[in-house]
Design a protein around this ligand. Sequence first.
Ligand code: SF4
Ligand code: SF4
Length: 443
Amino acid sequence: MLATRSFKGGLHPPELKNTADKSIVDLPVPDKVILHVSQHIGAPAKPLYKITDKVDCGQVIAEPGGFVSSRIHATISGKIIGSGNFMHPFGVPSPAIVIERNPEATEPTYEEENGFNLNIEEIKTRIQDAGLVGLGGATFPTHVKLSPPETKPIDTVILNGVECEPALTSDHRLMLELPDKIISGLKLIMKVLNAKRGIIGIENNKIDAIELMAKKVEGEENIEVQPLQVKYPQGGEKQLIVAAIGKEVPSGGLPMDVGVVVQNVATAAAVADAVNCRKPLLERVVTLAGNCVKNPGNYRVRIGTTVAEFIKMAGGLKEDVPPVKVIMGGPMMGFALFDLNIPIIKGTSGILVWDKDEAKTMEQAACIRCGRCIRACPMKLLPQQLKKLVDAKKWEQADKMGILDCMECGCCAYTCPSALPLIQTFKMGKKLVMAERKKAPKK
Ligand code: SF4
Ligand code: SF4
């Protein structure tokens, strides 16, 4: 095993990982699911059915709307009872299909075979057919990530088992409970990309997972486990690549520019299911945590289950601890929910229900030019100056200063003593800079 490594910048928020010892629990099949056609980066999927149609669990209900898009499957058997705009976790109404469960229906079964014997195109087709996207939260369609142009050969696949976001432990549990499946997925990904080397990057606060995964790859000549320093955002693709193999992805570039593809460990497990069992992405493991939750833990839940139903099936909330904030994802990169009738989507790694102590926020004040945000930024940006440019609508200058390299990790906002809304500013600023770029005449 290699020595611990890391990257420059970043910070150490409290870990809050008190569900790390909670084994994954399978939740019951919900009575209703809301399946958004946009659960991935790229074009929305196109619905294939209408209200009153009957569908079986695992059936494709929306086809990809382009190459960078993904299939959506029915995650329960039943009848379509709604279609149209429903609130999306991102806070905007967006097209979705609603299915009501048929309690008489039987659950699908999937036979296992050795998918490693398939040829590369067959493996990729099974991954695409299963509707796989990056389960770490990025939701980039997996088949697209596994199709780099011929000019960008891939020599290394890095599996991301870092899970650096505070409070989340679902990837940790997957590594402890399904290590063979994750390694099978890694081997399939390496075969597709013709990659010579596989690395599993895990932060040093998961010693049990590091030891188990290292034992599982003992004797594999081209796969190793890389322990990493505990630091946020160690799991960012660019930070992980620097830490694991010492290569720096150029500004505006992609991991494939340095011969690397990064996939999350949960995605690797789903690749194994898709290829070896032809199982579509119907469910995922979600961490449920926070002081308000009765049974914090890790739960395998059908995609499309509403957050309210998910919490209820997992045991509900404590009566005497009123919730003040509900977050989908982790506290650094997740987003606050204002409606619990929105569904778990493919990229949902956690639901946090916080009381007033956990949600304590400081009052916003003026920038005191302390420079903490600059020291914390893992992308070597100048957040304080970028904010000034965005506030002044100076898009060209913000672009030149690298706003599009901002990975929205939240390190700057976390460390800012003035509690300035830096991430919100950069999210909006990036969109507007992109719009300005599109308007500009082509040179
Ligand atoms: S949110 Fe953007 S600007 Fe702030 S620390 Fe992260 S990468 Fe840097
Ligand atoms: S951390 Fe906040 S207060 Fe300090 S320089 Fe950055 S924006 Fe200003």
